[in-house]
Write a protein that binds this ligand. Structure first.
Ligand code: UD1
Length: 429
Protein backbone atom coordinates (compact mmCIF):
# COMPACT_ATOMS: atom_id res chain seq x y z
CA UNK A 1 0.00 0.00 0.00
CA UNK A 2 1.15 3.53 -0.75
CA UNK A 3 2.60 5.82 1.91
CA UNK A 4 3.23 9.56 1.92
CA UNK A 5 6.62 10.80 3.10
CA UNK A 6 6.99 14.39 4.28
CA UNK A 7 10.17 16.13 5.39
CA UNK A 8 9.05 19.01 7.55
CA UNK A 9 10.43 22.51 7.89
CA UNK A 10 9.84 24.06 4.48
CA UNK A 11 7.75 27.21 4.42
CA UNK A 12 5.00 27.28 1.81
CA UNK A 13 4.80 29.94 -0.87
CA UNK A 14 2.49 29.90 -3.86
CA UNK A 15 -1.04 29.32 -5.01
CA UNK A 16 -3.35 26.34 -4.54
CA UNK A 17 -6.45 26.01 -6.73
CA UNK A 18 -9.28 24.39 -4.79
CA UNK A 19 -11.17 21.48 -6.38
CA UNK A 20 -14.90 20.84 -6.57
CA UNK A 21 -16.42 19.60 -3.32
CA UNK A 22 -16.32 15.85 -2.84
CA UNK A 23 -19.32 15.87 -0.52
CA UNK A 24 -21.34 17.79 -3.07
CA UNK A 25 -20.16 15.87 -6.12
CA UNK A 26 -21.29 12.50 -4.81
CA UNK A 27 -24.84 13.71 -4.08
CA UNK A 28 -25.01 15.46 -7.47
CA UNK A 29 -23.94 12.23 -9.14
CA UNK A 30 -26.80 10.41 -7.36
CA UNK A 31 -29.19 13.10 -8.67
CA UNK A 32 -28.41 11.95 -12.21
CA UNK A 33 -30.54 8.85 -11.52
CA UNK A 34 -33.62 11.09 -11.43
CA UNK A 35 -33.67 11.83 -15.16
CA UNK A 36 -33.32 9.92 -18.43
CA UNK A 37 -31.39 12.86 -19.89
CA UNK A 38 -27.66 13.61 -19.41
CA UNK A 39 -26.48 15.55 -16.36
CA UNK A 40 -23.16 17.30 -16.99
CA UNK A 41 -21.24 18.14 -13.82
CA UNK A 42 -18.35 20.55 -14.29
CA UNK A 43 -15.55 21.34 -11.80
CA UNK A 44 -15.69 17.66 -10.83
CA UNK A 45 -12.97 16.40 -8.50
CA UNK A 46 -11.31 13.13 -9.49
CA UNK A 47 -11.23 11.11 -6.27
CA UNK A 48 -11.50 7.55 -5.07
CA UNK A 49 -15.00 8.31 -3.70
CA UNK A 50 -16.31 9.66 -7.01
CA UNK A 51 -14.84 6.61 -8.76
CA UNK A 52 -16.59 4.26 -6.31
CA UNK A 53 -19.90 5.95 -6.91
CA UNK A 54 -19.41 5.98 -10.69
CA UNK A 55 -18.90 2.21 -10.55
CA UNK A 56 -22.14 1.75 -8.59
CA UNK A 57 -24.09 4.06 -10.91
CA UNK A 58 -22.85 2.13 -13.95
CA UNK A 59 -24.31 -1.04 -12.47
CA UNK A 60 -27.64 0.74 -12.01
CA UNK A 61 -27.67 1.76 -15.68
CA UNK A 62 -25.85 5.08 -15.82
CA UNK A 63 -23.42 5.81 -18.62
CA UNK A 64 -20.53 7.75 -17.04
CA UNK A 65 -18.19 9.78 -19.22
CA UNK A 66 -15.27 11.62 -17.66
CA UNK A 67 -13.82 14.32 -19.88
CA UNK A 68 -11.84 17.54 -19.89
CA UNK A 69 -14.07 20.53 -20.41
CA UNK A 70 -13.23 24.21 -20.98
CA UNK A 71 -13.23 24.74 -17.20
CA UNK A 72 -11.38 21.64 -16.05
CA UNK A 73 -12.52 18.10 -15.45
CA UNK A 74 -16.17 17.20 -15.91
CA UNK A 75 -18.39 14.14 -15.78
CA UNK A 76 -21.46 13.42 -17.87
CA UNK A 77 -23.91 10.98 -16.30
CA UNK A 78 -26.72 9.58 -18.42
CA UNK A 79 -29.26 7.11 -17.05
CA UNK A 80 -31.56 6.35 -20.00
CA UNK A 81 -33.17 3.66 -17.87
CA UNK A 82 -32.56 2.04 -14.52
CA UNK A 83 -31.41 -1.49 -15.35
CA UNK A 84 -31.06 -2.54 -11.71
CA UNK A 85 -32.38 -0.99 -8.49
CA UNK A 86 -29.96 -2.98 -6.34
CA UNK A 87 -26.89 -1.61 -4.51
CA UNK A 88 -24.88 -4.38 -2.89
CA UNK A 89 -23.15 -4.35 0.48
CA UNK A 90 -19.78 -4.63 -1.25
CA UNK A 91 -20.32 -1.34 -3.05
CA UNK A 92 -22.08 0.61 -0.29
CA UNK A 93 -19.63 -0.33 2.45
CA UNK A 94 -16.74 1.06 0.38
CA UNK A 95 -18.36 4.50 0.35
CA UNK A 96 -21.19 5.22 2.78
CA UNK A 97 -22.75 8.03 0.75
CA UNK A 98 -23.60 5.43 -1.94
CA UNK A 99 -26.60 4.83 0.32
CA UNK A 100 -28.05 8.05 -1.13
CA UNK A 101 -28.96 6.23 -4.35
CA UNK A 102 -31.89 4.71 -2.43
CA UNK A 103 -34.13 7.79 -2.62
CA UNK A 104 -33.58 8.51 -6.33
CA UNK A 105 -34.10 4.82 -7.18
CA UNK A 106 -37.48 4.72 -5.39
CA UNK A 107 -38.46 8.07 -6.88
CA UNK A 108 -37.68 6.92 -10.42
CA UNK A 109 -38.68 3.21 -10.35
CA UNK A 110 -40.92 2.76 -7.29
CA UNK A 111 -38.67 0.17 -5.69
CA UNK A 112 -35.08 -0.43 -4.55
CA UNK A 113 -32.91 -2.79 -2.57
CA UNK A 114 -29.90 -1.03 -1.07
CA UNK A 115 -27.45 -2.27 1.54
CA UNK A 116 -27.28 -0.54 4.91
CA UNK A 117 -23.88 1.18 5.07
CA UNK A 118 -22.83 0.03 8.54
CA UNK A 119 -20.64 2.03 10.94
CA UNK A 120 -17.26 3.57 10.29
CA UNK A 121 -14.19 4.56 12.28
CA UNK A 122 -15.60 7.94 13.39
CA UNK A 123 -18.88 6.61 14.79
CA UNK A 124 -21.93 4.36 14.50
CA UNK A 125 -23.50 6.58 11.84
CA UNK A 126 -27.04 5.16 11.70
CA UNK A 127 -29.38 5.97 8.80
CA UNK A 128 -32.65 6.03 10.78
CA UNK A 129 -33.38 9.65 9.79
CA UNK A 130 -32.94 8.80 6.10
CA UNK A 131 -35.42 5.94 6.40
CA UNK A 132 -37.93 8.00 8.40
CA UNK A 133 -37.78 10.72 5.75
CA UNK A 134 -38.47 8.22 2.96
CA UNK A 135 -41.36 6.75 4.97
CA UNK A 136 -42.79 10.27 5.41
CA UNK A 137 -42.78 10.50 1.60
CA UNK A 138 -44.89 7.34 1.38
CA UNK A 139 -42.25 4.65 0.82
CA UNK A 140 -42.74 1.35 2.62
CA UNK A 141 -39.42 0.27 4.08
CA UNK A 142 -38.41 -3.16 5.38
CA UNK A 143 -35.04 -4.21 6.70
CA UNK A 144 -33.78 -7.77 6.15
CA UNK A 145 -30.29 -9.20 6.41
CA UNK A 146 -28.54 -5.86 6.20
CA UNK A 147 -30.59 -4.57 3.27
CA UNK A 148 -33.25 -1.91 2.90
CA UNK A 149 -36.19 -3.06 0.77
CA UNK A 150 -38.15 0.00 -0.29
CA UNK A 151 -41.42 0.15 -2.25
CA UNK A 152 -43.57 2.99 -3.55
CA UNK A 153 -45.35 1.37 -6.51
CA UNK A 154 -47.67 4.35 -7.09
CA UNK A 155 -44.86 6.86 -6.61
CA UNK A 156 -43.82 8.97 -3.63
CA UNK A 157 -46.10 11.62 -2.16
CA UNK A 158 -45.09 14.94 -0.61
CA UNK A 159 -44.90 15.06 3.16
CA UNK A 160 -43.72 17.03 6.18
CA UNK A 161 -40.39 15.88 7.59
CA UNK A 162 -39.26 17.39 10.90
CA UNK A 163 -35.72 16.17 11.58
CA UNK A 164 -35.10 15.67 15.33
CA UNK A 165 -31.51 16.94 14.83
CA UNK A 166 -29.50 18.19 11.89
CA UNK A 167 -28.29 15.57 9.43
CA UNK A 168 -26.60 16.58 6.19
CA UNK A 169 -27.06 13.20 4.55
CA UNK A 170 -30.71 12.75 5.59
CA UNK A 171 -31.64 16.27 4.40
CA UNK A 172 -29.98 15.64 1.04
CA UNK A 173 -31.59 12.23 0.76
CA UNK A 174 -35.06 13.63 1.49
CA UNK A 175 -34.51 16.34 -1.12
CA UNK A 176 -33.38 13.83 -3.73
CA UNK A 177 -36.54 11.78 -3.19
CA UNK A 178 -39.08 14.60 -2.74
CA UNK A 179 -38.36 16.39 -6.03
CA UNK A 180 -40.31 13.70 -7.93
CA UNK A 181 -42.99 13.14 -5.25
CA UNK A 182 -46.61 14.19 -5.86
CA UNK A 183 -47.38 17.45 -4.07
CA UNK A 184 -45.46 19.58 -1.62
CA UNK A 185 -42.84 18.51 0.91
CA UNK A 186 -41.55 20.56 3.82
CA UNK A 187 -38.20 19.71 5.44
CA UNK A 188 -37.86 21.25 8.90
CA UNK A 189 -34.67 21.49 10.93
CA UNK A 190 -32.88 20.90 7.62
CA UNK A 191 -29.08 21.02 7.37
CA UNK A 192 -27.79 24.38 6.05
CA UNK A 193 -24.40 23.23 4.70
CA UNK A 194 -23.43 24.84 1.36
CA UNK A 195 -23.63 21.40 -0.28
CA UNK A 196 -27.42 21.51 0.32
CA UNK A 197 -27.64 24.74 -1.67
CA UNK A 198 -25.53 23.20 -4.41
CA UNK A 199 -27.78 20.14 -4.64
CA UNK A 200 -30.89 22.35 -4.75
CA UNK A 201 -29.36 24.52 -7.50
CA UNK A 202 -28.55 21.45 -9.56
CA UNK A 203 -32.01 19.91 -9.06
CA UNK A 204 -33.66 23.23 -9.95
CA UNK A 205 -31.53 23.40 -13.11
CA UNK A 206 -32.98 19.94 -13.89
CA UNK A 207 -36.52 21.31 -13.53
CA UNK A 208 -37.18 20.69 -9.82
CA UNK A 209 -38.91 23.24 -7.57
CA UNK A 210 -36.83 23.52 -4.42
CA UNK A 211 -36.72 26.68 -2.31
CA UNK A 212 -35.19 27.58 1.04
CA UNK A 213 -32.06 25.39 0.71
CA UNK A 214 -29.36 26.84 2.96
CA UNK A 215 -31.99 27.67 5.61
CA UNK A 216 -33.52 25.32 8.16
CA UNK A 217 -36.82 25.01 6.24
CA UNK A 218 -36.81 23.67 2.70
CA UNK A 219 -39.92 23.60 0.51
CA UNK A 220 -40.16 21.22 -2.41
CA UNK A 221 -42.96 21.23 -4.94
CA UNK A 222 -42.86 17.83 -6.63
CA UNK A 223 -42.71 17.69 -10.44
CA UNK A 224 -43.55 14.83 -12.85
CA UNK A 225 -40.17 14.62 -14.47
CA UNK A 226 -36.70 16.15 -14.46
CA UNK A 227 -34.55 16.89 -17.48
CA UNK A 228 -30.82 17.13 -18.21
CA UNK A 229 -28.68 20.08 -17.13
CA UNK A 230 -25.15 21.39 -16.77
CA UNK A 231 -24.08 22.26 -13.25
CA UNK A 232 -20.73 23.36 -11.75
CA UNK A 233 -19.80 21.65 -8.46
CA UNK A 234 -19.16 24.20 -5.69
CA UNK A 235 -15.69 24.62 -4.20
CA UNK A 236 -14.63 22.15 -1.54
CA UNK A 237 -14.78 24.05 1.75
CA UNK A 238 -13.03 21.25 3.62
CA UNK A 239 -10.14 21.18 1.17
CA UNK A 240 -10.02 25.00 1.43
CA UNK A 241 -9.84 24.89 5.22
CA UNK A 242 -7.29 22.09 5.13
CA UNK A 243 -4.85 24.03 2.94
CA UNK A 244 -5.46 27.18 4.97
CA UNK A 245 -4.40 25.25 8.06
CA UNK A 246 -1.47 23.63 6.24
CA UNK A 247 -0.16 27.08 5.26
CA UNK A 248 -0.61 28.35 8.81
CA UNK A 249 1.20 25.32 10.21
CA UNK A 250 4.17 25.43 7.84
CA UNK A 251 4.40 29.24 7.75
CA UNK A 252 4.90 31.30 4.61
CA UNK A 253 2.26 32.79 2.34
CA UNK A 254 -0.25 30.80 0.28
CA UNK A 255 -3.12 32.02 -1.86
CA UNK A 256 -6.10 29.69 -2.17
CA UNK A 257 -8.09 30.29 -5.37
CA UNK A 258 -11.36 29.06 -6.99
CA UNK A 259 -13.05 28.97 -3.59
CA UNK A 260 -15.06 31.07 -1.12
CA UNK A 261 -14.16 32.56 2.28
CA UNK A 262 -17.76 32.60 3.53
CA UNK A 263 -17.86 28.77 3.42
CA UNK A 264 -15.27 28.63 6.21
CA UNK A 265 -15.92 31.81 8.18
CA UNK A 266 -15.96 30.00 11.52
CA UNK A 267 -12.53 28.48 10.80
CA UNK A 268 -10.99 31.72 9.52
CA UNK A 269 -12.21 33.59 12.63
CA UNK A 270 -10.47 31.01 14.84
CA UNK A 271 -7.29 31.16 12.77
CA UNK A 272 -7.16 34.95 13.11
CA UNK A 273 -7.74 34.57 16.87
CA UNK A 274 -4.78 32.18 16.96
CA UNK A 275 -2.54 34.72 15.22
CA UNK A 276 -2.70 33.76 11.52
CA UNK A 277 -2.99 36.54 8.91
CA UNK A 278 -5.99 36.03 6.62
CA UNK A 279 -6.69 38.28 3.62
CA UNK A 280 -9.98 37.68 1.86
CA UNK A 281 -10.34 37.92 -1.93
CA UNK A 282 -13.29 37.56 -4.28
CA UNK A 283 -12.08 34.13 -5.42
CA UNK A 284 -10.46 32.89 -2.20
CA UNK A 285 -7.99 34.05 0.42
CA UNK A 286 -4.33 34.48 1.29
CA UNK A 287 -3.02 32.81 4.42
CA UNK A 288 0.19 34.16 5.92
CA UNK A 289 2.28 33.39 8.97
CA UNK A 290 5.73 34.80 9.51
CA UNK A 291 6.93 32.20 11.97
CA UNK A 292 5.73 33.83 15.20
CA UNK A 293 4.20 31.40 17.72
CA UNK A 294 0.44 30.88 17.57
CA UNK A 295 -1.93 31.22 20.52
CA UNK A 296 -4.11 28.33 21.70
CA UNK A 297 -7.83 28.85 20.99
CA UNK A 298 -10.88 26.73 21.80
CA UNK A 299 -13.26 25.27 19.25
CA UNK A 300 -16.49 23.30 19.30
CA UNK A 301 -17.76 21.51 16.21
CA UNK A 302 -21.32 22.25 15.11
CA UNK A 303 -23.53 21.97 12.04
CA UNK A 304 -22.95 24.73 9.45
CA UNK A 305 -22.32 27.65 9.88
CA UNK A 306 -20.57 26.36 13.01
CA UNK A 307 -17.06 24.93 13.05
CA UNK A 308 -17.01 21.93 10.66
CA UNK A 309 -16.31 18.55 12.23
CA UNK A 310 -14.43 17.74 9.02
CA UNK A 311 -11.84 20.40 9.96
CA UNK A 312 -11.48 19.45 13.61
CA UNK A 313 -8.53 17.07 13.15
CA UNK A 314 -6.64 19.56 10.99
CA UNK A 315 -7.22 22.34 13.52
CA UNK A 316 -5.96 20.08 16.29
CA UNK A 317 -2.74 19.63 14.31
CA UNK A 318 -2.28 23.41 14.24
CA UNK A 319 -2.90 23.68 17.97
CA UNK A 320 -0.14 21.18 18.79
CA UNK A 321 2.40 24.01 18.30
CA UNK A 322 0.36 26.89 19.80
CA UNK A 323 1.21 28.56 23.11
CA UNK A 324 -1.17 27.46 25.87
CA UNK A 325 -3.93 24.85 26.07
CA UNK A 326 -6.60 24.46 23.43
CA UNK A 327 -9.87 22.70 24.28
CA UNK A 328 -11.47 21.00 21.28
CA UNK A 329 -15.05 19.76 21.63
CA UNK A 330 -16.46 17.33 19.11
CA UNK A 331 -20.27 17.32 19.11
CA UNK A 332 -21.15 15.65 15.79
CA UNK A 333 -19.45 12.24 15.87
CA UNK A 334 -18.77 10.14 18.96
CA UNK A 335 -15.38 8.73 18.01
CA UNK A 336 -13.57 11.42 16.12
CA UNK A 337 -10.27 11.75 17.96
CA UNK A 338 -8.44 8.80 16.40
CA UNK A 339 -5.81 11.24 15.10
CA UNK A 340 -4.87 12.30 18.67
CA UNK A 341 -2.68 9.26 19.46
CA UNK A 342 -1.07 9.51 16.01
CA UNK A 343 -0.30 13.22 16.56
CA UNK A 344 1.15 12.22 19.93
CA UNK A 345 3.62 9.99 18.04
CA UNK A 346 4.98 13.20 16.52
CA UNK A 347 5.42 14.68 20.00
CA UNK A 348 2.05 16.41 20.52
CA UNK A 349 0.66 16.64 24.06
CA UNK A 350 -3.04 15.74 23.82
CA UNK A 351 -5.43 14.17 26.31
CA UNK A 352 -8.88 13.01 25.28
CA UNK A 353 -11.86 12.49 27.54
CA UNK A 354 -15.26 11.77 26.03
CA UNK A 355 -16.05 14.35 23.38
CA UNK A 356 -13.31 16.72 24.48
CA UNK A 357 -9.60 16.92 23.67
CA UNK A 358 -7.10 19.14 25.48
CA UNK A 359 -4.09 20.10 23.41
CA UNK A 360 -1.15 21.63 25.26
CA UNK A 361 1.14 23.27 22.76
CA UNK A 362 4.71 21.94 22.60
CA UNK A 363 7.93 23.61 21.43
CA UNK A 364 8.41 21.38 18.39
CA UNK A 365 7.25 18.17 16.72
CA UNK A 366 9.48 15.39 15.45
CA UNK A 367 8.79 13.23 12.40
CA UNK A 368 7.77 9.59 12.89
CA UNK A 369 5.87 6.85 11.08
CA UNK A 370 2.12 7.36 11.62
CA UNK A 371 -1.06 5.74 10.40
CA UNK A 372 -4.10 7.33 8.78
CA UNK A 373 -7.39 6.25 10.35
CA UNK A 374 -9.95 8.20 8.34
CA UNK A 375 -10.08 10.79 5.62
CA UNK A 376 -9.77 14.01 7.63
CA UNK A 377 -7.60 12.45 10.35
CA UNK A 378 -5.06 11.41 7.73
CA UNK A 379 -4.65 14.93 6.39
CA UNK A 380 -4.18 16.28 9.92
CA UNK A 381 -1.07 14.09 10.10
CA UNK A 382 0.19 15.59 6.85
CA UNK A 383 -0.35 19.09 8.26
CA UNK A 384 1.53 18.26 11.47
CA UNK A 385 4.34 16.66 9.47
CA UNK A 386 4.87 19.89 7.49
CA UNK A 387 6.12 21.53 10.68
CA UNK A 388 7.82 18.52 12.28
CA UNK A 389 11.58 18.10 12.23
CA UNK A 390 12.81 15.21 10.05
CA UNK A 391 10.70 12.77 8.08
CA UNK A 392 7.16 11.57 8.73
CA UNK A 393 5.64 8.71 6.78
CA UNK A 394 1.87 8.39 6.71
CA UNK A 395 0.61 4.90 5.91
CA UNK A 396 -2.87 3.87 4.73
CA UNK A 397 -3.06 6.85 2.40
CA UNK A 398 -6.04 5.36 0.61
CA UNK A 399 -8.00 7.39 3.18
CA UNK A 400 -6.43 10.56 1.77
CA UNK A 401 -7.08 9.52 -1.80
CA UNK A 402 -10.80 9.30 -1.03
CA UNK A 403 -11.10 13.04 -0.59
CA UNK A 404 -8.02 15.06 -1.56
CA UNK A 405 -7.28 15.52 -5.22
CA UNK A 406 -3.55 15.67 -6.13
CA UNK A 407 -2.55 16.49 -2.55
CA UNK A 408 1.18 15.93 -3.01
CA UNK A 409 1.18 17.97 -6.21
CA UNK A 410 -0.71 20.91 -4.67
CA UNK A 411 1.48 21.09 -1.54
CA UNK A 412 4.65 20.28 -3.48
CA UNK A 413 4.02 23.20 -5.86
CA UNK A 414 4.20 25.51 -2.82
CA UNK A 415 7.53 24.12 -1.71
CA UNK A 416 6.54 21.30 0.64
CA UNK A 417 8.87 18.30 0.62
CA UNK A 418 6.21 15.64 0.13
CA UNK A 419 6.24 12.50 -1.99
CA UNK A 420 4.29 9.31 -2.44
CA UNK A 421 6.02 6.02 -1.86
CA UNK A 422 4.36 3.32 -3.90
CA UNK A 423 3.38 0.07 -2.22
CA UNK A 424 6.37 -1.71 -3.74
CA UNK A 425 8.67 0.74 -1.99
CA UNK A 426 9.48 2.82 -5.09
CA UNK A 427 8.99 6.58 -4.83
CA UNK A 428 6.45 7.93 -7.33
CA UNK A 429 7.84 10.17 -10.05
C1 UD1 B 1 -21.79 14.43 6.08
C2 UD1 B 1 -20.44 14.52 5.42
C3 UD1 B 1 -19.33 14.34 6.44
C4 UD1 B 1 -19.50 15.35 7.58
C5 UD1 B 1 -20.91 15.27 8.15
C6 UD1 B 1 -21.20 16.32 9.19
C7 UD1 B 1 -20.82 13.59 3.22
C8 UD1 B 1 -20.55 12.50 2.27
N1 UD1 B 1 -20.33 13.45 4.43
O1 UD1 B 1 -21.90 13.14 6.62
O2 UD1 B 1 -18.08 14.56 5.79
O3 UD1 B 1 -18.58 15.04 8.61
O4 UD1 B 1 -21.87 15.43 7.10
O5 UD1 B 1 -20.96 17.57 8.68
O6 UD1 B 1 -21.43 14.58 2.87
N2 UD1 B 1 -27.18 10.56 12.26
C9 UD1 B 1 -28.12 9.72 12.84
N3 UD1 B 1 -29.06 9.16 12.02
C10 UD1 B 1 -29.14 9.41 10.70
C11 UD1 B 1 -28.19 10.28 10.11
C12 UD1 B 1 -27.22 10.85 10.93
O7 UD1 B 1 -28.09 9.45 14.04
O8 UD1 B 1 -30.03 8.86 10.01
C13 UD1 B 1 -26.14 11.18 13.11
C14 UD1 B 1 -24.72 10.81 12.69
O9 UD1 B 1 -24.32 9.58 13.23
C15 UD1 B 1 -23.94 11.99 13.23
C16 UD1 B 1 -24.91 13.16 13.04
O10 UD1 B 1 -26.19 12.58 12.91
O11 UD1 B 1 -23.67 11.81 14.60
C17 UD1 B 1 -24.65 14.04 11.85
O12 UD1 B 1 -24.46 13.21 10.72
P1 UD1 B 1 -24.80 13.70 9.24
O13 UD1 B 1 -24.95 15.18 9.23
O14 UD1 B 1 -25.92 12.88 8.72
O15 UD1 B 1 -23.47 13.31 8.48
P2 UD1 B 1 -23.33 12.61 7.07
O16 UD1 B 1 -24.36 13.13 6.14
O17 UD1 B 1 -23.20 11.15 7.25
Amino acid sequence: MDRIAITGGARLHGEIPISGAKNSAIKLMAASLLTDEPLRLTNMPRLADTRFLARLLQRLGTEVIEQDGPDGTETVLHTREIVSAFASYDLVRQMRASFNVLGPLIARTGHAKVSLPGGCTIGARPVDLHLEALRALGASIDLHEGYVYAQAPRGLTGGRIAFPFVSVGATEHAMLAAVLAKGESVLQNAACEPELGDLADCLNAMGAKVSGAGTSTILIQGVDRLHGATHPVIADRIETGTYALAAAMAGGEVRLTRTRCDFIDSLLDKMVEAGVEVTRHADGMTIKRNGARLQAVEIETDPYPGFATDLQAQFMALMTLADGESVIKETIFENRFMHAPELARLGADISVSGGEARVRGVGSLEGAPVMATDLRASVSLVIAALAAGGETTVSRVYHLDRGFERLEEKLGACGADIRRIKGDGEAEE
